[in-house]
Design a protein around this ligand. Sequence first.
Ligand SMILES: *[C@@H]1O[C@H](CO)[C@@H](O)[C@H](O)[C@H]1NC(C)=O
Length: 237
Amino acid sequence: MAVLAPAIFVNHGGGPMPLLGDEVHAGLTKFLRDDVQKHINLKEWKAIILVTAHWEESQVTISSGKHHDLYFDYYGFPPESYKYKYDAPGDPETAQRVHNALKDAGIQSKLDSQRGWDHGVFVPMMLINPEANIPIIQISVLENQDPKQHYEIGKVLQQFRKEGIAILGSGMSYHNMREFRYGRYKDAAVNKEFDDYLTKVCTAENESERKAGLLAWRDQPGASEAHPPHAAEHFMP
Ligand SMILES: *[C@@H]1O[C@H](CO)[C@@H](O)[C@H](O)[C@H]1NC(C)=O
């Protein structure tokens, strides 16, 4: 019997910076490259359903090609950051089954065999699994940023964990571009109040409390600083 594969969430940093040896990203680079491994066993994973904050659609969209090129969806970085390769296979069969499972739950989705894997996919994966030997099914978030709909999508995806297919959410728990630009905080803890709330909610044993806590995220102290209004795409995964 397959081991129940994990559902995890990672911060993917700013553009390619975790891959470029950027000083501010050193802690994140180490986390993705060394620390994630301490919590998971990649050898047990048959595939990865990877939900990326950098793909917003009006309905859930699922990468369904056998192979996807990389989509360098960032601007103004050094030439080497447009030449990365990450040749993990796609998984058309699982993509189709995800599509069917969503349909069975009354959730509209569509398959896309063309769109490349964006940096929400390849930046963390190049560090977490440089061998690129586990198939990936890239999935979009919804542009409406509706917490209940994303929760329902998550409920459908989680059944695949029983088959050894991991769920990886790629975004950020704090994503305030204005504050990033000023860079006031450097490595200091920011917005501890909201962070503590998330930790409490996500580690609650009781599912109905987890659900209620996540659906009410927008009303929490610090929420609009962490994710300004209508700019919560990094939170949705
Ligand atoms: C979970 O929390 C809800 C709401 O607080 C409560 O009604 C329910 O009894 C709890 N369930 C368990 C198994 O503790």
